[in-house]
Design a binder for this molecule. Sequence first.
Ligand code: C5J
Length: 220
Amino acid sequence: MAKIEAQPFAFAFEPETTALIVIDMQRDFAEPGGFGASLGNDVGRVVAIVPTVKRLIEGFRAAGLPVIHTMECHRPDLSDLPPAKRDRGNPSIRIGDVGPMGRVLIAGEPGTAILEELAPLPGEIVIEKPGKGAFYATGLGEDLKRLGARQLVFAGVTTEVCVQTTMREANDRGYECLVAEDATESYFPEFKAAALAMIRAQGAIVGWTATADQVLEGIA
Ligand code: C5J
């Protein structure tokens, strides 16, 4: 078994059964005028991790390991958007409304796209997910089975919402999970810190945390 130096203790993995999942690094969460900004959030926090996420993606590609991207988005007819989600909060524009980057969080719209710097390569798996967790109502479980994945490394946003939810879903499905601390971000620093602490508490109850450099050293 190979190892990544991690908290609360070293993360053991087999390179051939390890994949990177990059959660929701979309324009709508990172750019002014997008959904994240419409909720009053400082999107600069998300922009700041882009170079680190990019290094991690490039490290996995260089090691020949799978990179999977997710996008939070809905069908144009909103049939996969429950009113409970659409009506939540007090954003200046709601999911499905027309904003400066097209319809907010709708598949195929400019604002829904993954940031250009982190764009998937042809052949990489892109999961369009209507929920917070990437397993809900998607083919991710089947894709991971097909790849023979057993260990998952996570990056992306936001730490306490879609990243943590997906890690918990993965944990219940038997995957060993690690999140790269400096390749994930929240609009709220205290929520990020709390989410990372929760993940690695009680002997890695949800999973492990490590820096992107520690992950890259481990997979090199
Ligand atoms: C949110 C996400 N926070 N990707 N989405 O609505 O975490």
